[in-house]
Design a protein around this ligand. Structure first.
Ligand code: COA
Length: 319
Protein backbone atom coordinates (compact mmCIF):
# COMPACT_ATOMS: atom_id res chain seq x y z
CA UNK A 1 0.00 0.00 0.00
CA UNK A 2 1.24 3.48 -0.82
CA UNK A 3 2.45 5.57 2.07
CA UNK A 4 0.20 8.54 2.80
CA UNK A 5 1.77 11.78 4.01
CA UNK A 6 0.13 13.85 6.70
CA UNK A 7 0.86 16.27 9.50
CA UNK A 8 2.39 14.62 12.59
CA UNK A 9 2.94 17.79 14.60
CA UNK A 10 2.52 21.56 14.39
CA UNK A 11 4.11 24.47 16.25
CA UNK A 12 4.73 28.19 16.05
CA UNK A 13 6.66 31.03 17.59
CA UNK A 14 5.97 34.76 17.64
CA UNK A 15 8.46 37.41 18.75
CA UNK A 16 7.55 39.12 22.03
CA UNK A 17 7.49 42.71 20.78
CA UNK A 18 3.95 43.88 19.97
CA UNK A 19 3.55 46.95 17.75
CA UNK A 20 0.04 48.40 17.51
CA UNK A 21 -1.42 50.72 14.86
CA UNK A 22 -0.91 53.78 17.07
CA UNK A 23 2.85 53.39 16.54
CA UNK A 24 2.26 54.03 12.81
CA UNK A 25 0.04 57.03 13.58
CA UNK A 26 3.10 58.61 15.16
CA UNK A 27 5.51 57.99 12.28
CA UNK A 28 3.32 58.40 9.15
CA UNK A 29 0.07 59.84 7.82
CA UNK A 30 -2.26 57.01 8.82
CA UNK A 31 -4.69 56.08 11.59
CA UNK A 32 -5.67 53.08 13.67
CA UNK A 33 -9.18 53.50 12.25
CA UNK A 34 -7.98 53.36 8.59
CA UNK A 35 -5.76 50.35 9.17
CA UNK A 36 -8.43 48.41 11.07
CA UNK A 37 -11.26 49.07 8.64
CA UNK A 38 -9.23 48.65 5.40
CA UNK A 39 -7.16 45.63 6.50
CA UNK A 40 -8.48 44.14 9.79
CA UNK A 41 -5.07 44.48 11.42
CA UNK A 42 -4.78 45.88 14.97
CA UNK A 43 -1.23 44.91 15.86
CA UNK A 44 1.70 42.84 14.67
CA UNK A 45 4.84 41.26 16.17
CA UNK A 46 8.35 42.47 15.41
CA UNK A 47 11.75 40.91 15.95
CA UNK A 48 14.18 42.75 18.18
CA UNK A 49 17.48 43.90 16.70
CA UNK A 50 19.29 40.64 17.50
CA UNK A 51 16.51 38.26 16.46
CA UNK A 52 16.61 36.57 13.04
CA UNK A 53 14.36 34.46 10.83
CA UNK A 54 16.42 31.39 11.80
CA UNK A 55 15.83 32.15 15.52
CA UNK A 56 12.05 32.25 14.99
CA UNK A 57 12.25 29.13 12.79
CA UNK A 58 14.22 27.22 15.40
CA UNK A 59 11.65 27.84 18.14
CA UNK A 60 8.70 26.99 15.90
CA UNK A 61 10.51 23.84 14.70
CA UNK A 62 11.18 22.58 18.23
CA UNK A 63 7.50 23.11 19.12
CA UNK A 64 6.37 21.13 16.05
CA UNK A 65 8.83 18.29 16.72
CA UNK A 66 7.64 18.08 20.33
CA UNK A 67 4.01 18.02 19.20
CA UNK A 68 4.89 15.10 16.88
CA UNK A 69 6.51 13.22 19.80
CA UNK A 70 9.76 13.06 17.84
CA UNK A 71 13.29 14.33 18.42
CA UNK A 72 15.44 16.44 16.05
CA UNK A 73 17.41 13.25 15.32
CA UNK A 74 14.30 11.82 13.64
CA UNK A 75 14.15 14.62 11.05
CA UNK A 76 15.39 13.68 7.55
CA UNK A 77 14.85 16.97 5.72
CA UNK A 78 14.27 20.61 6.66
CA UNK A 79 12.54 22.99 4.25
CA UNK A 80 12.26 26.67 5.16
CA UNK A 81 9.93 28.88 3.12
CA UNK A 82 10.94 32.50 3.59
CA UNK A 83 11.29 35.79 1.75
CA UNK A 84 13.51 37.15 4.52
CA UNK A 85 16.31 34.59 5.02
CA UNK A 86 19.14 35.48 7.39
CA UNK A 87 21.50 35.26 4.41
CA UNK A 88 21.45 34.23 0.73
CA UNK A 89 23.61 31.36 1.95
CA UNK A 90 23.91 29.44 4.16
CA UNK A 91 20.21 28.73 3.88
CA UNK A 92 18.05 29.47 6.90
CA UNK A 93 17.25 25.74 6.88
CA UNK A 94 20.95 24.89 7.43
CA UNK A 95 21.13 27.28 10.38
CA UNK A 96 18.01 25.65 11.87
CA UNK A 97 19.54 22.21 11.23
CA UNK A 98 22.50 23.15 13.43
CA UNK A 99 20.42 24.98 16.05
CA UNK A 100 18.13 22.04 16.70
CA UNK A 101 20.80 19.35 16.25
CA UNK A 102 19.02 17.58 13.39
CA UNK A 103 22.24 15.85 12.41
CA UNK A 104 20.62 13.43 9.96
CA UNK A 105 18.74 16.07 8.00
CA UNK A 106 19.32 17.59 4.58
CA UNK A 107 18.21 21.23 4.44
CA UNK A 108 17.23 23.92 1.95
CA UNK A 109 15.16 27.11 1.61
CA UNK A 110 12.46 27.84 -0.93
CA UNK A 111 11.49 31.24 -2.30
CA UNK A 112 7.77 31.42 -3.05
CA UNK A 113 6.79 34.52 -1.03
CA UNK A 114 3.47 34.13 0.80
CA UNK A 115 2.61 30.82 -0.93
CA UNK A 116 5.83 29.23 0.36
CA UNK A 117 4.35 27.06 3.10
CA UNK A 118 1.93 25.32 0.72
CA UNK A 119 4.73 24.73 -1.78
CA UNK A 120 6.84 23.39 1.13
CA UNK A 121 4.30 20.82 2.30
CA UNK A 122 3.76 19.77 -1.32
CA UNK A 123 7.48 19.02 -1.70
CA UNK A 124 7.48 17.18 1.64
CA UNK A 125 4.47 15.08 0.62
CA UNK A 126 6.32 13.83 -2.49
CA UNK A 127 9.41 12.78 -0.53
CA UNK A 128 7.36 10.97 2.13
CA UNK A 129 5.11 9.17 -0.33
CA UNK A 130 8.05 8.01 -2.47
CA UNK A 131 9.66 6.82 0.80
CA UNK A 132 12.83 8.81 0.24
CA UNK A 133 12.41 10.52 3.61
CA UNK A 134 10.34 9.64 6.67
CA UNK A 135 9.99 12.84 8.72
CA UNK A 136 10.22 16.28 7.14
CA UNK A 137 10.15 19.61 8.88
CA UNK A 138 8.46 22.36 6.88
CA UNK A 139 8.81 25.86 8.29
CA UNK A 140 7.33 29.18 7.14
CA UNK A 141 9.19 32.06 8.78
CA UNK A 142 9.64 35.78 8.24
CA UNK A 143 11.28 38.85 9.71
CA UNK A 144 9.38 41.18 7.37
CA UNK A 145 9.76 44.21 9.63
CA UNK A 146 13.30 44.38 8.21
CA UNK A 147 11.97 44.47 4.64
CA UNK A 148 9.39 47.25 4.81
CA UNK A 149 9.82 50.90 3.94
CA UNK A 150 8.64 52.94 6.93
CA UNK A 151 8.01 55.86 4.57
CA UNK A 152 5.43 53.89 2.58
CA UNK A 153 2.12 53.86 4.44
CA UNK A 154 0.47 51.50 1.96
CA UNK A 155 2.85 48.62 2.80
CA UNK A 156 4.49 49.33 6.18
CA UNK A 157 1.30 48.76 8.15
CA UNK A 158 0.53 45.37 6.60
CA UNK A 159 3.36 43.08 7.63
CA UNK A 160 4.59 41.29 10.75
CA UNK A 161 7.14 38.73 11.93
CA UNK A 162 6.71 35.13 13.09
CA UNK A 163 7.23 31.46 12.30
CA UNK A 164 5.16 28.29 12.05
CA UNK A 165 6.23 24.72 11.41
CA UNK A 166 4.88 21.24 10.79
CA UNK A 167 6.39 17.78 10.71
CA UNK A 168 5.19 15.79 7.70
CA UNK A 169 5.42 12.01 7.83
CA UNK A 170 3.44 8.81 7.31
CA UNK A 171 -0.09 8.65 8.64
CA UNK A 172 -2.43 5.65 8.84
CA UNK A 173 -5.62 7.70 8.55
CA UNK A 174 -6.35 10.94 6.69
CA UNK A 175 -3.36 12.98 5.54
CA UNK A 176 -2.70 15.46 2.76
CA UNK A 177 -5.47 14.59 0.31
CA UNK A 178 -4.46 17.07 -2.39
CA UNK A 179 -2.27 20.03 -3.18
CA UNK A 180 -2.61 22.45 -6.05
CA UNK A 181 0.10 24.97 -6.98
CA UNK A 182 0.22 27.74 -9.56
CA UNK A 183 2.27 30.69 -10.74
CA UNK A 184 2.02 33.55 -13.22
CA UNK A 185 5.24 35.43 -13.91
CA UNK A 186 3.29 38.05 -15.87
CA UNK A 187 2.40 39.41 -12.45
CA UNK A 188 6.04 39.59 -11.34
CA UNK A 189 5.97 43.39 -10.92
CA UNK A 190 2.79 43.57 -8.85
CA UNK A 191 4.45 42.57 -5.58
CA UNK A 192 8.23 42.62 -5.22
CA UNK A 193 11.04 42.57 -2.69
CA UNK A 194 14.16 43.55 -4.65
CA UNK A 195 17.41 42.28 -3.09
CA UNK A 196 18.67 44.77 -0.50
CA UNK A 197 15.55 46.90 -0.86
CA UNK A 198 12.02 47.00 0.61
CA UNK A 199 8.61 45.60 -0.37
CA UNK A 200 6.87 47.35 -3.28
CA UNK A 201 3.27 46.61 -4.06
CA UNK A 202 0.36 47.59 -6.26
CA UNK A 203 -2.24 47.04 -3.53
CA UNK A 204 -5.36 47.08 -5.67
CA UNK A 205 -3.89 44.67 -8.28
CA UNK A 206 -2.87 42.24 -5.54
CA UNK A 207 -6.28 42.60 -3.95
CA UNK A 208 -8.20 41.71 -7.13
CA UNK A 209 -5.90 38.79 -7.89
CA UNK A 210 -6.16 37.50 -4.30
CA UNK A 211 -9.95 37.52 -4.15
CA UNK A 212 -10.17 35.57 -7.43
CA UNK A 213 -7.39 33.08 -6.79
CA UNK A 214 -8.25 32.14 -3.17
CA UNK A 215 -11.63 30.80 -4.22
CA UNK A 216 -10.36 29.22 -7.45
CA UNK A 217 -7.39 27.47 -5.82
CA UNK A 218 -9.49 26.15 -2.91
CA UNK A 219 -12.07 24.71 -5.30
CA UNK A 220 -9.36 23.12 -7.44
CA UNK A 221 -7.75 21.42 -4.41
CA UNK A 222 -11.17 20.28 -3.17
CA UNK A 223 -11.98 18.83 -6.57
CA UNK A 224 -8.65 16.95 -6.59
CA UNK A 225 -9.63 15.50 -3.18
CA UNK A 226 -13.12 14.57 -4.42
CA UNK A 227 -14.73 16.94 -1.93
CA UNK A 228 -16.85 20.03 -2.24
CA UNK A 229 -16.88 23.27 -0.28
CA UNK A 230 -19.74 22.10 1.98
CA UNK A 231 -17.35 19.47 3.36
CA UNK A 232 -14.79 22.00 4.64
CA UNK A 233 -14.53 21.95 8.45
CA UNK A 234 -11.88 24.66 8.71
CA UNK A 235 -10.40 27.05 6.15
CA UNK A 236 -6.95 28.44 6.95
CA UNK A 237 -6.40 31.27 4.48
CA UNK A 238 -3.28 33.37 4.00
CA UNK A 239 -3.73 36.28 6.40
CA UNK A 240 -3.26 39.37 4.21
CA UNK A 241 -6.46 41.40 4.57
CA UNK A 242 -9.77 40.59 6.30
CA UNK A 243 -11.69 41.88 3.27
CA UNK A 244 -9.85 39.41 1.00
CA UNK A 245 -10.59 36.57 3.45
CA UNK A 246 -14.29 37.47 3.74
CA UNK A 247 -14.70 37.79 -0.04
CA UNK A 248 -13.01 34.40 -0.52
CA UNK A 249 -15.26 32.75 2.08
CA UNK A 250 -18.27 34.24 0.33
CA UNK A 251 -17.16 32.78 -3.02
CA UNK A 252 -16.91 29.38 -1.33
CA UNK A 253 -20.30 29.96 0.39
CA UNK A 254 -18.56 29.27 3.67
CA UNK A 255 -19.62 30.74 7.03
CA UNK A 256 -16.92 32.85 8.63
CA UNK A 257 -17.11 30.65 11.76
CA UNK A 258 -15.36 27.97 9.68
CA UNK A 259 -12.57 30.36 8.70
CA UNK A 260 -9.62 30.90 11.04
CA UNK A 261 -8.52 34.52 11.26
CA UNK A 262 -5.66 35.90 13.35
CA UNK A 263 -4.37 38.77 11.21
CA UNK A 264 -5.82 41.24 13.71
CA UNK A 265 -2.99 40.15 16.04
CA UNK A 266 -0.15 39.50 13.60
CA UNK A 267 -0.73 41.23 10.25
CA UNK A 268 0.58 39.51 7.13
CA UNK A 269 3.52 37.24 8.03
CA UNK A 270 3.94 35.98 4.45
CA UNK A 271 5.13 32.33 4.51
CA UNK A 272 4.54 32.17 8.28
CA UNK A 273 0.86 33.20 8.20
CA UNK A 274 -0.68 29.84 7.30
CA UNK A 275 1.36 27.59 9.65
CA UNK A 276 0.92 30.00 12.59
CA UNK A 277 -2.85 30.09 11.96
CA UNK A 278 -2.91 26.29 11.61
CA UNK A 279 -1.11 25.87 14.93
CA UNK A 280 -3.46 28.26 16.73
CA UNK A 281 -6.60 26.72 15.24
CA UNK A 282 -5.40 23.26 16.29
CA UNK A 283 -4.53 24.35 19.83
CA UNK A 284 -7.86 26.12 20.23
CA UNK A 285 -9.67 22.89 19.37
CA UNK A 286 -11.00 24.30 16.09
CA UNK A 287 -9.38 21.42 14.18
CA UNK A 288 -9.96 17.85 15.30
CA UNK A 289 -9.05 14.42 14.04
CA UNK A 290 -10.96 13.59 10.85
CA UNK A 291 -11.68 17.24 9.95
CA UNK A 292 -11.17 18.47 6.40
CA UNK A 293 -8.85 21.44 6.61
CA UNK A 294 -8.21 23.62 3.56
CA UNK A 295 -5.06 25.75 3.42
CA UNK A 296 -4.99 28.44 0.74
CA UNK A 297 -2.52 31.18 -0.05
CA UNK A 298 -1.26 33.62 -2.66
CA UNK A 299 1.68 35.91 -3.01
CA UNK A 300 4.50 37.45 -5.00
CA UNK A 301 5.50 35.79 -8.22
CA UNK A 302 2.61 35.77 -8.63
CA UNK A 303 2.13 32.43 -6.94
CA UNK A 304 -0.69 30.55 -5.28
CA UNK A 305 -1.50 27.21 -3.74
CA UNK A 306 -4.13 25.26 -1.85
CA UNK A 307 -4.14 21.98 -0.01
CA UNK A 308 -6.81 19.77 1.51
CA UNK A 309 -5.74 17.91 4.62
CA UNK A 310 -7.77 15.35 6.49
CA UNK A 311 -6.47 15.99 9.99
CA UNK A 312 -4.68 12.98 11.50
CA UNK A 313 -3.73 14.04 15.02
CA UNK A 314 -5.86 14.26 18.15
CA UNK A 315 -7.05 17.72 19.21
CA UNK A 316 -4.41 19.98 20.71
CA UNK A 317 -6.69 21.87 23.07
CA UNK A 318 -4.95 22.79 26.33
CA UNK A 319 -1.80 20.99 25.24
N1 COA B 1 -3.35 54.98 5.88
C1 COA B 1 -4.16 55.88 5.31
N2 COA B 1 -4.41 55.91 4.00
C2 COA B 1 -3.79 55.00 3.23
C3 COA B 1 -2.92 54.04 3.77
C4 COA B 1 -2.71 54.06 5.16
N3 COA B 1 -1.90 53.17 5.78
N4 COA B 1 -2.46 53.26 2.77
C5 COA B 1 -3.01 53.71 1.63
N5 COA B 1 -3.81 54.77 1.92
C6 COA B 1 -4.59 55.59 1.00
C7 COA B 1 -4.08 55.55 -0.40
O1 COA B 1 -2.99 56.45 -0.54
C8 COA B 1 -5.29 55.97 -1.19
O2 COA B 1 -5.35 57.37 -1.14
P1 COA B 1 -5.75 58.20 -2.46
O3 COA B 1 -7.11 57.70 -2.84
O4 COA B 1 -5.73 59.60 -1.96
O5 COA B 1 -4.69 57.87 -3.46
C9 COA B 1 -6.45 55.45 -0.35
O6 COA B 1 -5.91 55.09 0.91
C10 COA B 1 -7.16 54.27 -0.93
O7 COA B 1 -6.20 53.39 -1.45
P2 COA B 1 -6.63 52.00 -2.00
O8 COA B 1 -5.43 51.30 -2.53
O9 COA B 1 -7.85 52.10 -2.84
O10 COA B 1 -7.07 51.30 -0.61
P3 COA B 1 -7.63 49.89 -0.45
O11 COA B 1 -8.95 49.95 0.18
O12 COA B 1 -7.48 49.06 -1.69
O13 COA B 1 -6.64 49.29 0.62
C11 COA B 1 -4.70 47.88 0.75
C12 COA B 1 -5.24 49.23 0.37
C13 COA B 1 -3.20 47.88 0.53
C14 COA B 1 -5.00 47.64 2.22
C15 COA B 1 -5.42 46.81 -0.12
O14 COA B 1 -5.33 47.17 -1.47
C16 COA B 1 -4.84 45.46 0.04
O15 COA B 1 -4.90 44.85 1.10
N6 COA B 1 -4.29 44.88 -1.04
C17 COA B 1 -3.70 43.57 -0.99
C18 COA B 1 -2.35 43.68 -0.37
C19 COA B 1 -1.79 42.35 -0.01
O16 COA B 1 -2.50 41.46 0.33
N7 COA B 1 -0.48 42.25 -0.09
C20 COA B 1 0.26 41.10 0.30
C21 COA B 1 -0.03 39.94 -0.55
S1 COA B 1 0.75 38.52 0.00
Amino acid sequence: MNKKAGILGVGSYLPNKIVDNFYFEKIMDTSDEWIKTRTGISERRMVDENETTSDLSTKAALNAIKCANLTPQDIDLIIVATATPDMAFPSTACIVQENIGATHAAAFDISVACSGFIYGITIAKQFVETEMYKNILVIGAEALSRAVDYNDRSTAILFGDGAGAVVIGNVDEGGILSTYLGSDGKGKDVLTLPVGDSIKMSGSDVYKFAVRIMGEASLKALQMANLDATEIDCLIPHQANIRIIEASAKRLKLDMDKVYVNLNKYGNMSAASIPVALDEAYRQGKINKGDNVVLVGFGGGLTWGASVINWSIQGGKNE
